[in-house]
Ligand binder design. Sequence first.
Ligand code: IMP
Ligand code: MG
Length: 179
Amino acid sequence: MKRDIERVLISEEEIQKKVQEMGRQISEDYRDKNLLMVSVLKGSVIIMADLMRAITIPARIDFMSVSSYGNGTVHKSLKILKDLDIPLEGYDLLLVEDILDSGKTLYSLREMLRQRNPRSIRIATLLDKPERREEDIRPDYYCFQVPDEFVVGYGLDYAEKYRNLPFIGVLKPEVYSGK
Ligand code: IMP
Ligand code: MG
């Protein structure tokens, strides 16, 4: 698996340091709130597991899985593959994602969840790729900004592979071209 990687963009140590910092900040910001962490499957499972252990206040967790369909200029519609288990009234939601890319997924998801009347919704993402943004959406918390390059590892996949790499890396071009 490692031999498919051209270079390491962010090391395991750098990730751990930033995730710990993010956890401290969230613990402070949500001290008097009712935190519900929502992991958007599957890419966010790794950051979710590390981030929740870096949070020192009580936190509930839940999981959601969506797939987008439709294209063009209108917002993508979302199909719910796995919904949340509980109603959202009274909760301060923190949507946990692996990467904010075009922003279409989280934009639509946030709109959908807003209609369930949570007290607040914020976004925490491991990676932010601002150059690719197509929707008016920004993460409230992020660990790293990355350039417009396809990355894998620490939850992020290419064709469902490489999620279990402990670092963030860039794939060799021949992996995509299938040579
Ligand atoms: P968005 O709706 O364009 O923001 O797409 C977000 C989703 O696309 C992420 O949750 C990832 O699953 C996937 N994605 C976007 N960029 C990358 C990347 O560089 N590597 C792996 N997956 C990516
Ligand atoms: Mg994803």
